[in-house]
Design a binder for this molecule. Structure first.
Ligand SMILES: [Zn+2]
Length: 274
């Protein structure tokens, strides 16, 4: 895979970082905006009950501009904090100009960093990734031949956006690379057998939208299956038509969805120096 990320030559970045970054700084979200979006997403997940509501083994990560706008950083949801308590200020920042030292000194597991490195290596079009263990998606992922069926008009698009992955772990680097290779060039939802869900996005809002859609679709399916009645699947030709209509009518629905949770942030959560 090519490496099209470039910094000014005087900015001495270790090779590992330079090769994993494919987004130009001017394409990345502003630091504060990304912090607000990430904190809002965590609180939105809490609202939905996604990820067992904490940030212990669930991960929220994004690439953004550094505060001074000169390069990029990773922003991580804080460890050991309930999703409902995450604020823009509490988001952990990793300055990529410091190389591996920056995350070796983290006072939290560096899993999220390695997930992001694998994301950037395999899907440089995406800047955000969430990894959670939402209960309905997980319940279905614990069944044989798990599959999201074409049942729910609201989430029809999702069925074409899911990659399915088993639970084989040999080493973490291979494991995370396998995750994103499973998604190919276009998919955004990774369903992990006996484990949970990982979603990615060109924006934090898109990755958030995918996670919440996956869990709501799984919930509807689990509840429909629990009735014991045969499932009523949507006709493929009808769903194709509806998907196109939804894309045309609601092109910005992911950002609008995330923004609708902004009020969950504390009132005094203001941009520094504003
Ligand atoms: Zn997990």
């Amino acid at each position: 895979m090519g490496c099209n990320f470039s910094y000014e030559p005087e900015n001495k970045l270790p090779e590992i970082i330079r090769c994993h970054n494919h987004k130009r700084p001017d394409e990345l979200p502003d630091n504060w905006q990304a912090r607000v979006d990430l904190a809002t997403a965590c609180r939105g997940f809490y609202f939905y009950g996604i990820g067992l509501r904490n940030a212990m083994f669930n991960h929220a990560v994004a690439v953004a501009k550094r505060k001074d706008g000169t390069g990029s950083c990773y922003l991580l949801g804080p460890f050991g904090v309930l999703w409902k308590d995450v604020t823009p200020e509490s988001i952990v920042e990793i300055d990529l100009s410091e190389g591996e030292k920056a995350w070796e000194s983290l006072r939290m597991p560096d899993t999220a960093v390695h997930i992001m490195i694998a994301l950037q290596k395999n899907r440089p079009d995406c800047i955000a990734v969430f990894h959670c263990h939402p209960i309905y998606s997980l319940s279905l992922a614990c069944t044989k031949n798990a599959k999201i069926e074409q049942l729910n008009m609201t989430f029809m698009e999702l069925c074409h956006d899911i990659g399915y992955y088993g639970s084989k772990v040999e080493d973490w680097e291979t494991y995370y690379n396998d995750w994103f290779q499973t998604l190919g060039k276009n998919k955004h939802v990774l369903w992990l057998a006996n484990h949970g869900v990982t979603t990615i996005g060109h924006s934090i809002a898109q990755a958030f939208e995918k996670m919440t859609a996956m869990e709501q679709a799984a919930e509807a399916q689990v509840k429909a299956m629990s009735t014991g009645q045969p499932l009523r699947l949507l006709a493929p030709e009808r769903t194709k038509q509806l998907i196109e209509l939804l894309q045309d009518d609601y092109p910005d629905h992911a950002q609008a969805h995330l923004d609708s949770f902004r009020n969950l942030l504390p009132e005094n959560c203001l941009k520094p120096d504003s």
